[in-house]
Design a binder for this molecule. Sequence first.
Ligand SMILES: Cc1cc2nc3c(=O)[nH]c(=O)nc-3n(C[C@H](O)[C@H](O)[C@H](O)COP(=O)(O)O)c2cc1C
Length: 176
Amino acid sequence: MTKTITNFHDLIHNRRSIRNYDPDRPVSDEILHKILEAGRVAPSAANFQPWKFIVVKSKKFRKKLNQCYHQPWFHDAPAVLVVVGYPDRAWVRKDGFNAIQIDLTIAMDHMILAAAEEGVGTCWIAAFDETRLRKALNLQDNEVVYCITPLGYPRKGYKKARGPIRKRMEEVVEFR
Ligand SMILES: Cc1cc2nc3c(=O)[nH]c(=O)nc-3n(C[C@H](O)[C@H](O)[C@H](O)COP(=O)(O)O)c2cc1C
């Protein structure tokens, strides 16, 4: 995970969830900026951009955040990216459908792929304790979080798991 991947198809085929982080190898501000920039330019319904990206790096907040997901590899990560959304600022269809989850997911995916391009490991995490996360970050009532991800480099010698098997094209594609 140290090589930069520049070809899009290589990037999406080689990205893997990383569940092993070197706590002593932080992600530089320059690389963090590139990752966040990918989220900033992500598309959103009606271009409302109803989000805020929080990078948790400080010992104080990392410790608080660790309470919301009890996996040792999560605790090792030098930084965690939290994509915060504002449903009250998101586009709403006439029938009441609110695009917030889609908007946040696109922004997160942009950043996860940008991280992969930089050789930075990530792992989508939805299984966190929401109450604890809200408390740790002092989120307001109009703020929502669906997914977070660690940002960091795998420990030396870590071998990326072979790709989990994906369904075959015929199983997921239909032409009509
Ligand atoms: C919406 C979403 C939520 C996920 N939540 C978790 C999680 O809470 N914990 C975890 O270890 N992995 C989580 N994952 C990672 C998936 O297990 C992983 O992406 C999937 O097995 C495919 O593996 P890959 O990312 O290495 O290609 C999540 C992925 C997505 C897209």
